[in-house]
Design a protein around this ligand. Sequence first.
Ligand SMILES: Nc1ncnc2c1ncn2[C@@H]1O[C@H](COP(=O)(O)OP(=O)(O)OP(=O)(O)O)[C@@H](O)[C@H]1O
Ligand SMILES: [Mg+2]
Length: 273
Amino acid sequence: MSGLTRHTQLRKKDVTVIKLGGAVLQSESTMDGMAKAIGYGWSRGGQIVIVNGGGREIDALCKRLSIGTAKAGGLRITTPEVLEAVQMALSKKSMEIALSLMKQGVPAVPFPAFSAGTVLCRRRALPIDGQDLGLVGEVVSVNGKVIDALFDIKAVPVVYPLGTDDSCAMYNINADEVASSMASELGASTLLLMTDVPGIMVNSSVLKSIRYEEIRTLLANGTISDGMLPKVNAAGSAVMSGVGRVGIMDGSGPDSLSAFFREGILNGTEIQV
Ligand SMILES: Nc1ncnc2c1ncn2[C@@H]1O[C@H](COP(=O)(O)OP(=O)(O)OP(=O)(O)O)[C@@H](O)[C@H]1O
Ligand SMILES: [Mg+2]
């Protein structure tokens, strides 16, 4: 990603960017528990941005529509048909999260990342494992104006990762990458990547923390694969661009998020400079 300019000095409060993976929030009660935890952080004056994924939902919808799916390097190969399913699944998820938050009294606003030029991307040109990824975008820049306006009215943005390029063509972007880019641009104090595992696993144990330079070893020796690849890269870029705390955490229930908002504890893997 290039072209990001941080404007931390404009902000008076702490910004927390929370990425909710598609693998989490699989039941209404889990979603409501998560919304309660987020609502607590919001009620304490926190400025919170949610970015949602939707991998499981996209897979299920593609199956229903008899559209084949494939991934390379943890990223979804996105044909025009897959992009349609991605649009449906991601927007639905974003609306569901927003509704759960609203049930908790939190004013939430679901919208695609391209809205009013918030996330500009370009087509990811490089093939991965020899495969062209199709309509997959990579973030070029983030404009924080819409988010700032929502913060001004104490609303919580629930962003889903569909970006556009400078010709307004739409692309599917990995949600971890969007969350990381937003956290960097917003000068966020924290980026939490909530997923379906308790953190980065090495030989069946969760790493408590990992330094940026150690990430490359894990990538090279095959410890990290599939969806954890873009996640670890996203976490690494956020930490290197100055985001204070970056965690990969268990999002299968609200406990980790509650512990973070109530006690400042980061349960999971903390990525450090
Ligand atoms: N070393 C590792 N530690 C933990 N998980 C790993 C590791 N290597 C690969 N993974 C895989 O990464 C997955 C998490 O990424 P995945 O993309 O599936 O979920 P997500 O990003 O939370 O959801 P979404 O892609 O829908 O936003 C885990 O479920 C696990 O299978
Ligand atoms: Mg993922």
